[in-house]
Design a protein around this ligand. Structure first.
Ligand code: PHE
Ligand code: ZN
Length: 873
C-alpha cells in the first residue's frame, strides 16, 4: 500500500499543511460540537476489501453554528448522505466536514478499507486468518468517519456479513440479536450494545474460532455466559484464563461491589496485537500471550500475568467502560485506577508482600527512569503529539501508586465509600481525574485537595531522612526534606504531600517501639518528634512503599544490616537488603573498594530464615539490575556497572555455595502445582542457581543443564536456559538447540527463545542478536516477536550499550524498519536511547548521533518523531 501522506506531501507540499506534528493541549479542551446518540454500522467483510457503511444520528451540542466534523484516518468517503440525500461535504485533511442547518441529522457514509494491508494493527485488521479491531485510542477513525473522542457516547447497532467458511464466528459488543445466511456462502449477524459507549470501546471479530465456555452467577443471581475464543488447537490452553476471569468477577463484587452488567462476556485471543489486551465492552480482545498457557509452555510468571491482565480488562468494565474518560489527558483515570485494582486482586489471590515487591520493582525499573528523563510527563499529561505515546508507566503505574496513596490516607472504609460514590455519580459519563478525587472527598468526608498535585507535577520526589536520638530525653527526632528535580516544561516544582508509613525499631530488641505512624511530609523540610524512645532506634520508613518517592536515609553503621534481619514489615525488610546491595554495587561501579560482606551476611540470613517463605527469599536476594544501578550513578559507565554487579554475584555465589545449593535443591513440589508456595520454591530454585553459576560457572552449567533436562514445566526449563544463555559453556548451545527443536511451532514459546538470547549477559550478544534478526523465524511485523528480540535487547543494559555503538545501530535500524509498518510499536523502542545525557561522553555522543539519524529519516511517523525529538530536546 502506498504511503498516502508521503505521496501527497511530495506532490503538493504547500497545499497539504502538515497537521502531523502539532501538539494537542489539555487546556484547549472543549465539549464536543455534535453528539451521536446512536450509530448503526454495516460491514461487508473481506480481508482485502471491506465495505463499511455508517449511519449516525447526530445532534448539535449547545448553541453554536460550527459544522459537523467527522474524524478519519487513511480512509476515503465513497459516498456521503445527509437525511437520505446527497449533500455537500468536504475534506479538511483527514476529516470529513459537513455544514448542517438543523440541530439534528442522519448522516450516512460509505468507505472501503483493507484489513489485510493494515500493518499498524489499529482499526480493522487481519491476524492469522481472522479479522479483528483495535480502536483505542484513535483507531475507530480508520474504520469509519466519526467524532472519535471518548466524550462522545453512542448506542451501537452492528451488522456484519462475511464468508461463512472463513468467518464462522461473528462477534461484536453487547448482545447478538439476529443471525442468518446470505447468498454465495456468506452469513451475517447483528449485535446491539445497550450501553452507550465511546468509539474506542467498539469491537468486532470475525474468524474461525472455538470457545471455551463457562458461566458465572452474579451476586444478584443473574447468569452470565462466558466464552474465550481461540483457534481450536489452542483450546486446551484457555482454562487458566477462564478460572482467572471467574475469580476476577467474584473479587470485584466482593471488594468494590461491582456486578457485571450484560448476559455474556467474550474474550478473543489474537497473535498480532500492539499491547497486552483491550477492554472493549463485553468483547475483550487479547494478545494471545495473555490468554494461552499450560505447564509445558508457560512459566509461573506467565500464569500470573494472564490472571493479572484478564482481571485488569474485566475490571475496566466499571473503571473505564461504565465510567469512561472525558479526554485522553485523563487516561490515568481509567488506567491508574484499574492497575491499582488489578494489583490488589493479584495480591489477594497470591502473596501480598511478594506482589508489592514485584510492583515496586517495575515502578523503579521503568517509571522512575521515565520520570527522570526527557520523556517525563505528569500522570495527567498537559500535551501530546501522539496519544499512543502516553500509554506509559507514568500513566499506568505511577497513576496506580497515586490511587494507592489516596487509599492509604483514607483507610479501606472511606476509600470504598469514595469509589462507591464515584461509580454511582459518574455512571454512563466521561469523567476527569478531578472528578475522581472529588468523589473520594465527598464519599469520605476527607479533604484531598493537597494531593491533586500528584496528577499535575511530574518527577519523582527525593526525600532525605535523618533520625536523631536523644537518649537522655528518651526521644528521637526525624528530620525530613523533599525535593523534586525539574522536568521538561516544569522548571520549578512545588512541595508535595508525601505520606510515609514510618516506625522506629529498637536496635537491641528488634521490636517496634511504638505503633506505625503515617507521617505526611508536605513542606520542603519538616521535623517529627517521637517520644518514649527507650533504646537506640532504627528507622523503618516508607513501609510498604506507601508513596512513590526515592528515600535517602542517613544510616548509622550496622543499621541496614539489623533492619535486613529484623524489620517485621516484609517490604521494609526487602528494602533494607536491597539498599545494602545497592551500596556495594554503586561503590564497585565507582571504582571504590566495595565491601560485599554485609550483603553476603544478609543473603545468608535470608536463606536460612525459617519464618520467610521461599518466594520472598527469592525476591529479596535478587541483585538489582544494571539499569537500576545506573539510576544511582552520576555518570553511567555500563562496563563498570556490569563488572561491579558480576563481582557481587560472584562473591555471594562463592561465599554461600552451600546455602544456595540447599535452596536450589529444595524440592517437594510438582511442576504442575500452581500454589503460591510451589511457585516460590521454583523461583528460589532458579534465583539460587543463578548465583551459584556466578560463583562457579562450571558447576552452575552442569546444574542448569540438569534442571533443563529434568524440567516438567516451563518455569524450571526457561529459568535454566536463561542462566545457560549467559554462560560460555558447551551446555549453552545444546540447550538452546533442544529448546528450539521442541518448541519451534509454538510462537509464544519461540518468543521466549528469542528473548532469552537477547537478554544474555555476554560479550557477543550484539552479534547473536544481529544473527537472530536474520533468522527465518524472526518477523518484524508481529509485535510480540519484535519486542522479544529488539525490545528485550534495548533493555539489556550492558549489551545494548556496547562501547562500539553497534547495539545502538542495530536498534535504530530495526526501529526505522518497524516504523514503516507499525509506528506505535516502533515508538516504544525509543526510550532505550532516552537517557543518553547521563552516560559517559563517548556513549552519550553515539546515542545522540543515533537519535539524530532516526529523526532525520524520511517519512518518519509522528509517533517516533515525538519520542525522538523530545529525547534530543
Ligand atoms: N486500554 C488497554 C489496557 O487495558 C491498553 C491498550 C491501549 C490496548 C491501546 C490497545 C491499544 O490497558
Ligand atoms: Zn487498562
Amino acid at each position: 500500500m502506498a504511503d498516502i501522506r508521503t505521496t501527497a506531501a511530495v506532490a503538493a507540499p504547500e497545499t497539504q499543511p502538515s497537521t502531523e506534528h502539532v501538539a494537542i493541549r489539555r487546556e484547549d479542551y472543549r465539549p464536543p460540537d455534535w453528539l451521536v446518540p446512536e450509530i448503526s454500522l454495516d460491514f461487508q467483510l473481506d480481508a482485502d476489501r471491506t465495505i463499511v457503511r455508517g449511519t449516525l444520528q447526530v445532534e448539535r451540542n449547545g448553541d453554536h453554528d460550527r459544522p459537523l466534523r467527522l474524524d478519519g484516518d487513511e480512509i476515503a468517503a465513497l459516498s456521503v448522505k445527509v437525511d437520505g440525500a446527497d449533500a455537500d461535504w468536504r475534506m479538511d485533511g483527514p476529516a470529513l466536514v459537513i455544514d448542517l442547518a438543523g440541530d439534528r441529522a442522519t448522516i450516512e457514509t460509505e468507505v472501503e478499507i483493507s484489513p489485510a494491508a493494515n500493518t499498524k494493527l489499529m482499526g480493522l485488521y487481519a491476524s492469522g486468518g481472522m479479522l479483528c479491531t483495535q480502536c483505542e485510542a484513535e483507531g475507530f477513525r480508520r474504520i469509519t468517519f466519526f467524532p472519535d473522542r471518548p466524550d462522545v457516547l453512542s448506542k451501537y447497532h452492528v451488522r456484519m456479513e462475511g464468508n461463512a467458511t472463513l468467518f464462522p464466528v461473528l462477534l461484536s459488543n453487547g448482545n447478538r440479536i439476529a443471525l442468518g445466511d446470505a447468498a454465495e456462502g456468506r452469513h451475517w449477524a447483528e449485535w446491539q450494545d445497550p450501553f452507550p459507549k465511546p468509539s474506542y470501546l467498539f469491537a468486532l471479530v470475525a474468524g474461525d474460532l472455538e470457545a471455551n465456555r463457562d458461566s458465572f452467577t452474579t451476586m444478584s443471581g443473574r447468569q452470565v455466559d462466558l466464552a474465550i475464543w481461540v483457534r481450536s488447537s489452542d483450546l486446551p490452553k484457555t482454562q487458566h484464563a477462564m478460572d482467572s476471569l471467574k475469580l476476577a468477577m467474584a473479587w470485584d463484587e466482593r471488594v468494590y461491589g461491582r456486578e457485571y452488567d450484560l448476559d455474556l462476556f467474550n474474550i478473543v485471543a489474537v497473535s498480532d496485537f500492539n499491547m497486552g489486551a483491550m477492554e472493549n465492552k463485553s468483547l475483550n480482545i487479547f494478545n494471545s500471550a495473555y490468554v494461552l498457557a499450560d505447564q509445558d509452555t508457560a512459566t509461573d510468571a506467565d500464569f500470573d500475568n494472564i490472571a493479572r491482565v484478564v482481571a485488569h480488562e474485566y475490571f475496566h468494565n466499571w473503571s473505564g467502560d461504565r465510567v469512561t474518560c472525558r479526554d485522553w489527558f485523563q487516561l490515568s483515570l481509567k488506567e491508574g485506577f484499574t492497575v491499582f485494582r488489578d494489583q490488589s486482586f493479584s495480591a489477594d489471590v497470591g502473596s501480598p508482600p511478594v506482589k508489592r515487591i514485584e510492583d515496586v520493582r517495575v515502578l523503579r525499573a521503568v517509571q522512575f527512569p521515565e520520570d527522570a528523563g526527557p520523556l517525563a510527563h505528569p500522570v495527567r499529561p498537559d500535551s501530546y503529539i501522539e496519544i499512543g505515546n502516553f500509554y506509559t508507566a507514568t500513566v499506568y503505574n505511577k497513576g496506580a501508586e497515586v490511587i494507592r496513596m489516596l487509599a492509604t490516607v483514607l483507610g479501606p472504609e472511606k476509600f470504598r465509600a469514595g469509589t462507591d460514590l464515584y461509580f454511582s455519580r459518574h455512571d454512563g459519563e466521561a469523567a476527569t481525574c478531578d472528578d475522581f478525587v472529588k468523589a473520594l472527598e465527598d464519599g469520605s468526608g476527607v479533604d484531598l485537595s493537597a494531593f491533586k498535585i500528584w496528577y499535575s507535577q511530574a518527577g519523582t520526589p527525593k526525600v532525605t531522612a535523618r533520625l536523631e536520638h536523644d537518649a537522655a530525653a528518651n526521644a528521637a527526632t526525624l528530620h525530613l526534606e523533599q525535593k523534586v528535580d525539574p522536568t521538561p516544561g516544569q522548571p520549578v516544582k512545588a512541595p508535595m504531600p508525601i505520606p510515609l508509613r514510618t516506625v522506629l525499631i529498637g536496635a537491641e530488641s528488634g521490636a517496634e517501639l511504638a505503633p506505625e505512624r503515617l507521617i505526611v511530609l508536605d513542606e520542603p523540610r519538616q521535623s517529627v518528634r517521637f517520644d518514649n524512645v527507650s533504646e537506640l532506634p532504627l528507622l523503618s520508613i516508607n513501609r510498604g512503599f506507601s508513596v512513590p518517592v526515592v528515600v535517602k536515609a542517613e544510616r548509622r553503621p550496622g543499621e541496614l544490616e539489623r533492619l535486613a534481619q529484623t524489620d517485621p514489615e516484609p517490604f521494609a525488610r526487602y528494602e533494607a537488603i536491597q539498599e545494602l546491595m545497592m551500596r556495594a554495587l554503586v561503590a564497585g561501579a565507582r571504582g571504590e573498594a566495595a565491601d560485599s560482606a554485609p550483603v553476603v551476611a544478609a543473603v545468608a540470613a535470608t536463606l536460612q530464615s525459617n519464618s520467610l517463605d521461599p518466594a520472598f527469599k527469592a525476591e529479596a536476594i535478587l541483585i538489582p539490575g544494571d539499569s537500576m544501578i545506573a539510576e544511582r550513578m552520576d555518570e553511567v559507565d555500563p562496563d563498570a556497572i556490569h563488572a561491579s554487579r558480576e563481582s557481587l554475584r560472584e562473591a555471594i555465589g562463592t561465599g554461600l555455595s552451600g546455602a544456595l545449593l540447599g535452596a536450589h535443591r529444595s524440592d517437594g513440589v510438582e511442576g504442575h502445582d500452581l500454589s503460591p508456595r510451589a511457585k516460590g520454591i521454583r523461583r528460589l530454585r532458579t534465583v539460587a542457581l543463578g548465583l551459584l553459576a556466578a560463583g562457579d560457572p562450571q558447576q552452575g552449567a552442569a546444574l542448569a543443564k540438569a534442571q533443563f533436562d529434568r524440567a516438567d514445566n516451563m518455569t524450571d526449563r526457561q529459568g535454566a536456559l536463561g542462566i545457560l544463555a549467559s554462560l560460555d559453556v558447551p551446555e549453552r548451545q545444546a540447550a538452546l538447540d533442544a529448546f528450539y527443536e521442541r518448541f519451534q511451532d509454538d510462537p509464544l514459546v519461540l518468543d521466549k527463545w528469542f528473548a532469552l538470547q537477547a537478554a544474555a549477559q555476554r560479550s557477543d550478544t550484539v552479534d547473536q542478536v544481529l544473527r537472530l534478526a536474520a533468522h527465518p523465524d524472526f518477523t518484524i511485523s508481529n509485535p510480540n516477536r519484535l519486542r522479544s528480540l529488539a525490545g528485550t535487547f534495548g533493555g539489556n543494559h550492558w549489551a545494548f550499550h556496547s562501547p562500539d555503538g553497534r547495539g545502538y545501530a542495530f536498534l535504530a535500524d530495526i526501529l526505522l524498519d518497524a516504523d514503516k509498518l507499525n509506528p506505535q510499536v516502533a515508538a516504544r523502542l525509543v526510550p532505550a536511547f532516552g537517557r543518553w545525557r547521563r552516560f559517559e561522553p563517548k556513549r552519550a555522543e553515539l546515542m545522540r548521533q543515533t537519535l539524530e539519524r532516526i529523526v532525520a529519516a524520511p517519512g518518519l511517523s509522528k509517533d517516533v518523531f515525538e519520542q525522538v525529538s523530545k529525547s534530543l530536546a
